[in-house]
Design a protein around this ligand. Structure first.
Ligand SMILES: [Ca+2]
Length: 414
């Protein structure tokens, strides 16, 4: 997701909903959230147009008509400027004035013993971040999903070169994480490369402000962000840090691996053996945490990830049925091959070794590109595990292919 990892992250947010925090969630699902945009002036989107209109009218008036017209338009211009200034700050009111914020603070006190008054004061000091709301909004004109475009974005020469350098610099913790958690180095490198370009794009948004803005002003995923705001406050208390001292993506993701606060609390590990977990400053902590996350979600050591297949002989009805079976591997590969599916060469890697034939349930993956043939793959259990990091088959396949590209280059250039 957005910055390099932004895009994938948005997909995560859309899909990571089965997320445990039942006590708080049930409380908040009862809160009636008023439309947070009710107080936005009607013309907030085109105030600039109105300014240009008024300015143009004044210039025309001054130079071509007569000064009475100019005197009429000058006050209008001032009014438009004032309205535009207001429109720039549609959420100037304090967050603590919102009933949802008050309910949240009360719950933090009741469930976790936080000082409600102090928390309200903290929210009072906060200016909602309108940039966060703009970035989280779905695009005005959604473009068609394209595997080719997505792949090109994450498997470019720079991400491969920088990945080899990152691997070289961090060879020791990467090897330790492989030995302890059974996850190959190239998968950890690829995930950190796709999430943040190896730590270059971890985001500069204040995490507390971003999550509070999304929790109280973004109605579509308010429950999710309320949970993450709760998790951030718990994390800060555990780490003895100021909750406002964290920075990350506009959606609240932290550090090189872009863990949300809840994932950080559950899956991050202190891999460099110092006193605390730091996914922003400690590359080793980031590496160990990615591996631990995957291991906890069922990563199978030395098992394959995905197999490209050719589906020209399969009926469209069957293809649809297999796609509808979902992302969790549940299809019997023998049945699929009997129905006409065939192993195919790995796209873009003609000299790659033939992947192993599956002997366990698989998932059927279609990677669509407008105006190009759809790529079909069978995903093994490990493919599914990568989608637990980010619930998108584009994401999992990009991780798999970047990892393969990195591993091949590393073998040839030790
Ligand atoms: Ca550490």
């Amino acid at each position: 997701m957005k910055r390099s990892s932004g895009y994938s992250y948005i997909e995560t947010l859309n899909k990571r909903r089965n997320y445990p925090a039942p006590d708080v969630l049930s409380v908040f699902s009862r809160v009636e959230a008023p439309s947070p945009f009710a107080d936005v002036p009607e013309f907030s989107g085109n105030a600039a147009d109105m300014i240009f209109f008024a300015l143009g009218a004044i210039l025309r008036a001054r130079f071509s008509i007569h000064s009475m017209t100019a005197r009429f338009f000058l006050p209008l211009l001032i009014l438009v400027f004032m309205s535009a200034a207001r429109a720039e700050k549609p959420h100037a009111e304090k967050l603590s004035a919102r009933p949802e914020a008050r309910a949240f603070v009360e719950q933090m006190q009741a469930l976790h013993g936080f000082d409600a008054e102090e928390l309200l004061k903290r929210l009072d000091r906060l200016t909602p971040n309108d940039r966060v709301l703009k970035l989280i909004a779905p695009p005005a004109s959604p473009t068609q999903r394209s595997w080719r475009r997505y792949r090109n974005r994450f498997l470019d020469a720079r991400r491969i070169e920088d990945g080899l350098a990152f691997w070289q610099e961090n060879a020791v913790p990467l090897a330790q994480a492989r030995i302890i958690y059974g996850v190959p180095e190239e998968i950890m490198v690829a995930i950190i490369g796709i999430e943040t370009l190896y730590g270059r794009n971890t985001g500069s948004f204040n995490t507390f402000a971003a999550l509070a803005t999304l929790a109280f002003l973004e109605p579509r995923r308010a429950e999710y962000f309320l949970q993450e705001l709760e998790q951030l406050l718990l994390l800060a208390r555990e780490q003895e840090r100021d909750p406002e001292s964290y920075t990350g993506s506009y959606a609240g993701a932290l550090g090189l691996p872009q863990f949300m606060p809840g994932s950080l609390r559950r899956y991050a590990v202190n891999f460099d053996q110092d006193d605390f977990i730091d996914l922003s400053a400690s590359t080793a902590d980031a590496i160990g945490s990615v591996a631990h996350f995957l291991a906890q979600h069922g990563w199978q050591e030395n098992a394959p990830i995905a197999l490209p297949v050719e589906a020209a002989q399969v009926t469209p009805r069957l293809l649809q049925e297999w796609m509808d079976a979902g992302i969790r591997p549940s299809l019997n590969p023998t049945v699929l091959f009997e129905a006409g599916l065939k192993p195919a060469p790995v796209p873009e890697m003609p000299d790659a070794p033939t992947p192993e034939m599956p002997d366990a349930p698989v998932t059927f993956v279609d990677l669509v590109t407008p105006d190009a043939p759809t790529e079909y793959w069978l995903g093994h259990e490990n493919f599914y595990v990568i989608t637990r990091y980010n619930r998108s088959s584009f994401y999992a396949m990009a991780v798999h292919q970047l990892a393969e590209a990195l591993a091949r280059r590393r073998r040839h250039e030790p």
